[in-house]
Design a protein around this ligand. Structure first.
Ligand SMILES: C[S@@+](CC[C@H](N)C(=O)[O-])C[C@H]1O[C@@H](n2cnc3c(N)ncnc32)[C@H](O)[C@@H]1O
Length: 284
């Protein structure tokens, strides 16, 4: 199961490696990605099925215990980033959209126009880990009364004027763009549901691989893995040894630490720089 089939790169490699009989179920929220994957995988016709949808629902599409492996390669694809009209990137001017599934209601422009300054600050802080969250949110709220934010460059330039770069390599709007994208697409909720769904559809001994691109997602995956691998649950905020309830572990870490791309891979694919790969195995 490839929950984020994108342009079909991983899916093609998987189908090639599992020839002649391996089967793949691929999903993506983005209709363009499903079309691109169908073209890329044409040579494997008959061995794959594609579905447009959110991987949060994967346990509703596949029988429990039916998959050898589930892959979630999170975030946006290079294709999405490079299409100005999708509104994911501040490097190109486009509508402030950011919906991964264009059938969804509510673009980033709608979100930024409709929530309070406090909610914006909470979003920039929690989903973007933006240290200047409050200041940016207040300025956005004041500015939108005069001129709505509708374009990617308009928002990026506004943030850059407010928080000048001062030699930093990262664009000052990076964190706000990440927070908006995650909020528009409900990414953290989808990830939690996708991990739980993956555990259901995996066979005993099957593996779940997740590639994350920022600390918030990586923390969620790490916590999910640790909770399901430790063999007990506890109620409340704190783990008090006397109050633990024992239960069999459902997963084990294939490696304790996340894998990062090496220097050669980072050089050939700059966007892989912040990738973390974590792998878990379902206990039989
Ligand atoms: C980094 S790209 C994946 C690239 C892919 N592994 C490849 O080899 O081409 C991420 C993809 O995941 C999709 N995506 C993100 N969140 C999703 C979700 N909750 N459900 C389904 N697809 C999602 C995006 O639309 C995007 O196409």
């Amino acid at each position: 199961m490839d929950g984020t089939v994108g342009g079909g790169g991983h899916a093609a490699a998987w189908l090639a490696a599992s020839s002649p009989s391996g089967r793949l179920f691929g999903c993506d929220r983005d209709g363009d990605a499903i079309d691109a994957a169908a073209r890329r995988l044409a040579a494997f016709a008959g061995r794959f099925e594609l579905r447009r949808g959110n991987f949060a629902e994967l346990a509703q599409w596949l029988p429990a215990g039916s998959c050898d492996a589930v892959l979630l390669d999170l975030g946006v694809s290079s294709y999405q980033l490079d299409q100005p009209e999708r509104g994911f990137s501040f490097l190109h001017d486009g509508p402030l959209d950011m919906r991964q599934d264009q059938r969804d209601l509510g673009t980033a422009a709608d979100l930024i126009a409709s929530v309070s300054a406090e909610e914006l600050a909470g979003m920039f802080w929690e989903l973007g880990e933006e240290p200047q969250a409050r200041r940016i949110a207040r300025a956005v709220e004041r500015h939108r009364q005069v001129e709505p934010f509708t374009r990617t460059r308009q928002l990026a330039d506004f943030i850059e004027r407010l928080c000048p770069r001062r030699g930093a390599r990262r664009h000052p709007a990076t964190r706000v763009f990440q927070a908006l994208r995650m909020a528009v697409n409900h990414e953290m909720d989808s990830l939690q549901a996708g991990l739980e769904g993956a555990l259901t559809v995996l066979k005993p001994g099957g593996r779940l691989a997740v590639i994350t691109f920022h600390s918030l997602e990586d923390r969620l995956v790490k916590n999910f893995g640790n909770e399901r691998a430790r063999g007990y649950t506890f109620e409340g905020e704190r783990d008090v040894p006397e109050l633990r309830q024992m239960c069999p572990p459902e997963l084990r870490w294939v490696r304790r630490k996340a894998l990062h791309p090496d220097a050669a891979e980072q050089a050939s694919n700059v966007r892989s720089r912040s990738a973390h790969l974590r792998v878990l195995e379902k206990i039989g």
